[in-house]
Ligand binder design. Sequence first.
Ligand code: GTP
Ligand code: MG
Length: 453
Amino acid sequence: MTMPTPDTIVAISTPRGYSGIGVVRMSGPDSLPILTQIFMPTAADGFNDRTAVHGKLVDRDGRILDDGIAVFMRGPGSYTGEDVVEISLHGSPVILDAAVGLILASGARMAQRGEFTRRAFLNGKLDLLQAEAVVDLIESKTEGAAREARLRLDKGMSSRIANIASTLKDILAELEAHMDFDEDDENPAPDPESRLAALISEFTALQRSVDSSRMHRDGIRVVIAGKPNVGKSTLFNTLMGSNRVIVTPYPGTTRDPVDDFLVLNGMGFLLCDTAGMRQEPDPIEREGIFRTQQRIDNADIAIVVLDGSAPLDQEDEKVLCTCREKASITVLNKADLGLVIDPGHPLLQSTAIPISAKTGFGIQDLEEQLRMTGSARFSSDAGSLLSSWCVQPLASAEQHVKAVLDGLHTRSMAPEIIALELKKALEYLEEITGERADDGILDRIFERFCIGK
Ligand SMILES: Nc1nc2c(ncn2[C@@H]2O[C@H](COP(=O)(O)OP(=O)(O)OP(=O)(O)O)[C@@H](O)[C@H]2O)c(=O)[nH]1
Ligand SMILES: [Mg+2]
């Protein structure tokens, strides 16, 4: 089967708006012929590979629309692996639209979301995990997330998957060689048990990295929980440095959970203010408390807020109990009114931090604790993170490897079946790197991109 010849695509690669410069990008076989129709170089020597050329953008009647710099990058050495052209013009939507209009009139078509990177993937310039790292890098909200995505782009993750695949292929080759010489004592049966067992630990480490990946990309989920009126919303506002949520002296003020993104020293947190938890609430509050419970369940870290100026009561104990299984930080708020709870009280999971959300006292200590707890939750293996869609193929690959291990253990599996199981495990790994990914997975990944990337 022959691959269809790709057409030439065009898009504006810079954000829409008014800016110093804007970039129009083309990829495909007609990129250079189209460029020569619409862009008149100032010097006579024309367009050479990877050379910036100053010139004028002209319409079909020879009218000059703008001047700028064009760069032609010959495939396969370009980003997409095809002939690519980038034209930098003045960053006016009118000019950039006019340039795209000229290019479309010359036979190109508008690129879809992520189509440049999709072509790079299809041309073997990067694998699926690297393609995802590209979009994560573009969308990164913190320095840490950008650094992590950048490392991933340099193939950290793909080589780990490739190492597993290579071990499986080696074992498969040994097994098949042995099957060809059956009954041959000169050729002892391969014993891959220890190598397969090592792969199981690698699978476990990879599964752990999925959670870290989510935290890097979307922020560590932090829920502020406590009984009504202890100062959760005041604390939320103080941490965010704004009056984002309503604070009143009346218990039961907050109903819906409210989220906002907080960055502390380059680490991202998705901070959530919740409705106070208490017994016998009215029906509306009950729904709010139900949502609080959901947020606590899904949180990576809980900040349990107690009113430190009043003795602990049953409602506080219930909140402490709800958060007991979680990584949590307990704060004794309203310390400005004088503390009556001992920070080392036996009911508290760890030493509580006295704070005053109202005056800012102790907030730095809390932020420090948040950063430390956050760091402990991250995988230390930056550059080796996987997205959640990898969980299923990873688990399936592991299942097939485990089946082989069990079979070897009980000596109950025929070599042909072992080979079959190993091949299945390999297929799932190839789904992750994209060698075997179906269109559904590709669409889902490339839909996350902006047009022009
Ligand atoms: N003195 C003092 N008052 C505080 C402090 N933090 C909050 N308050 C007051 O406590 C009351 C309740 O504050 P909120 O932040 O609305 O409390 P909440 O926990 O969000 O309450 P609900 O939304 O009803 O669950 C308000 O009158 C705040 O001004 C503090 O550190 N010191
Ligand atoms: Mg509140």
